[in-house]
Design a protein around this ligand. Sequence first.
Ligand code: AMP
Length: 287
Amino acid sequence: MSPTPRVFHDPIQLRTAIRQAQAEGQRVGLVPTMGALHEGHLSLVAESQKSCDLTVVTIFVNPTQFAPGEDFEKYPRTLDTDLELLSRFDPVWVLAPEVAAMYPPGSTSVVQAPEIARQLEGEFRPTHFDGVATIVLKLFQVAPADAAYFGQKDFQQVRVIEEMVRDLLVPIEIVRCPIVREEDGLAISSRNRYLSAAERQIALSISQTLKAAQAQIEAGPVDVHALCSEMLAHLKASGTAPEYVTIADPQTLKSVETITAEVVILVAAKVGATRLIDNMLVSPPSS
Ligand code: AMP
């Protein structure tokens, strides 16, 4: 039986301990999460362990990235199970702070997310990325790691963080990790636990639509507009309510007219009351 992770509730104590570890020559990796851990999160921990001596996992459901009416209150909080899952890794430290520890009473300072945050998710969740950028910068302050690991599952989020780190000269390396999927293709997400069995079946159409588009792009030239319309139609016919489907430049996230190099296909769709996102990086045959 592996030891359970060392748990910090006080961010300042964590920072002191990390600095000490680094002074002793340890390379520290950071994995920011909102908890309700699953194999997607654990793949980030595993990746960190490959090149770091110590991995710090933060578990914090960040109120400022949820808009009123979103699922902040009902977001799953499963700290005991999370710690059990993390005990398969060693050494891992966990930061599980109270809201007041990350947002000291009276605090009004926020990070304005970079321009790239305005489109896609930003159109449907206009305050989301400011909340993400603010908490991630705070986490970088209290967990001054050498590298931080983010999933490509939240493709736009990782681009936002990369740009924030560049713009604000934050001394940390950002490492992107691939999407972990269930065997049938569904991208693993903490929100999947909201889905009924019937809704989960409907949700499968998201990854299936992405795979079908990937196959078309890999097979030869495609009409981007026609392909996006086809994807939208398939998602609707399957019972989801798509918010956007786009084929975009992976760097700028602007939609492309023609596919001449690697693109990212991004989808957001509601299945019942649950909002899901997924994406796939695809290259045309000649690139
Ligand atoms: P969250 O707890 O949803 O804020 O996610 C924390 C981190 O885990 C983010 O960097 C996510 O992109 C990443 N993540 C979530 N789901 C997956 C997945 N299925 N595969 C890889 N990374 C993931």
